[in-house]
Design a protein around this ligand. Structure first.
Ligand SMILES: Cc1cc2nc3c(=O)[nH]c(=O)nc-3n(C[C@H](O)[C@H](O)[C@H](O)COP(=O)(O)OP(=O)(O)OC[C@H]3O[C@@H](n4cnc5c(N)ncnc54)[C@H](O)[C@@H]3O)c2cc1C
Length: 240
């Protein structure tokens, strides 16, 4: 397989979503970006002398739309790319990227229910998939987004998902907060696992898409297998 070319994109703007999460809008300089919702790009950032230590991957959070790419990035304390994105990137900064690539995409024909499970910025590929389904409708069954974060302020893209509940037939948005202490919050607390275990307690045919960091993914995969779902029904995008 041919090694993909590096291409250039310009950061057009960025916006804080939470204290430690920022969305970045990039525009490919040399034309439109073809991708399947769920795919990611790899950036070659000026953060290390060795090329391989400069590469960081990010899922595309937008539906395919000309030359636009939206990234949603969590600031990791002490992280080299995090420092670069927070301290050096500004509108007009040009970055090198490769892709989009990856196989974490919805099936061509959606014949079972889908359960999309994410924590934090792991929600990025699911936003892309759901926006695309709303924009270019195709047959599907029920789709559940199960999202976990610590505090109410961390409900990334909440408005989008609430709107999609109205627009996308069969779509349900479920979230849970693991550390919210406000007594005003009356929603669900704890981790994502109890939610999909309840939603799929009847073990009906389904495909599960898991995205985020290792702790959540390992636990979710283990629990789904214990429930009786098979590895072929569990699709994973591991961020680290
Ligand atoms: C396919 C793919 C898609 C990805 N998509 C996204 C995305 O859409 N948004 C996004 O924010 N990240 C995404 N990531 C993760 C991203 O590539 C970087 O790993 C992340 O931005 C941290 O890079 P850094 O250079 O700031 O930290 P590094 O310098 O690489 O790491 C610093 C330290 O922090 C640890 N660490 C890294 N991330 C976390 C974390 N989230 N929580 C706790 N500890 C951590 C590392 O293990 C290391 O010990 C994706 C990764 C992959 C493989």
């Amino acid at each position: 397989m041919a090694i993909e070319q590096w291409r250039l994109a310009r950061v057009s703007s960025f916006e804080d979503l939470t204290d430690d999460t920022r969305r970045f809008f990039l525009e490919a300089i040399d034309g439109s970006v073809e991708f399947k919702p769920g795919q990611f790009i790899t950036l070659d950032l000026p953060i290390h002398e060795k090329r391989i230590r400069r590469w960081r991957s990010y899922s595309l959070a937008n539906a395919p739309n000309g030359n636009t790419m939206e990234l949603v990035i969590k600031h990791v304390p002490g992280g080299a790319a995090s420092r670069y994105f927070w301290e050096q990137v500004e509108p007009g900064t040009v970055v090198q990227y490769r892709g989009p690539q990856g196989t974490f995409v919805l099936p061509a024909e959606i014949v079972t229910d889908l359960c999309l499970i994410a924590t934090n910025t792991g929600v990025a590929p699911f936003r892309s998939m759901l926006l695309d389904l709303a924009k270019r409708p195709r047959p599907h069954k029920h789709i559940f987004l199960v999202f976990g974060t610590r505090y109410k302020s961390g409900l990334l893209y909440r408005d989008d998902f609430e709107r999609l509940q109205q627009e996308l037939p069969g779509f349900e948005y479920h979230y849970t907060l693991s550390r919210e202490s406000s007594p005003d919050y009356t929603g669900r607390r704890g981790y994502v696992h109890a939610i999909y275990e309840e939603l799929f307690a009847d073990l009906r045919p389904a495909h599960f898409f898991l995205c985020g960091w290792r702790n959540m993914i390992d636990e979710a995969r283990h629990r789904l297998l214990q429930m009786g779902y098979t590895p072929r029904q569990i699709h994973v995008e591991l961020y680290g």
